[in-house]
Design a protein around this ligand. Sequence first.
Ligand code: MN
Length: 214
Amino acid sequence: MNEHYKFINIPLPYAYNAMEPYIDEKTMMLHHDKHLQTYIDNLNNTLSEYPQFQNWTLEQLIMNIPSLPNEIQTAIKNNGGGVFNHQFYFSNLAPSTSSYPVGILGEAIENEFGSYQSFQDQFKTAALSVFGSGYAWLVVDATGQLRIITTQNQDTPLPLMMCPVLSIDVWEHAYYLKHYNKRADYIDDWFHVVNWNNANRNYMRCVIPLKFVQ
Ligand code: MN
């Protein structure tokens, strides 16, 4: 990912069919090349007339929406969020290898939720509860605690001062071609292709500043 404007759609670090049979090739292709591309194009178009924000990172833009000019706040929220959320979602997928949480994240999930099974149940319930379009997230809150939250549309956990560890995109475009309206089946399949190594790295990035900087 380039740091700031002009944002580019970097290729996925795996083949479009790498998540088969859990996430189908056509969905991955459309999701990355069309849906994410549109958010990137719209974000770049919005920033093209605001050079004073062109050296801001994506996170800076998302964290500082209230201080942006009124006329671009909604566009940055929706499209900046759309870019962040999709890049985060795609980075947390991996071909089905380790389907179990690893490292200190694995321990933290057991401590917080009792067991991986219990975490899965709660995460699935949260993902099913999103009305319309949005995401379910595993995050670290400002006190360092693991929590499951949901967000609407392309809202991100960042302005809530929550550090994302893992997310599932539950917009219909993420699953409709394969699963039609059955979001629950998509969630079950998605668990097979979670990149737990990456989630563990995210978790360490979230908690290490809390433990050692304060
Ligand atoms: Mn999506």
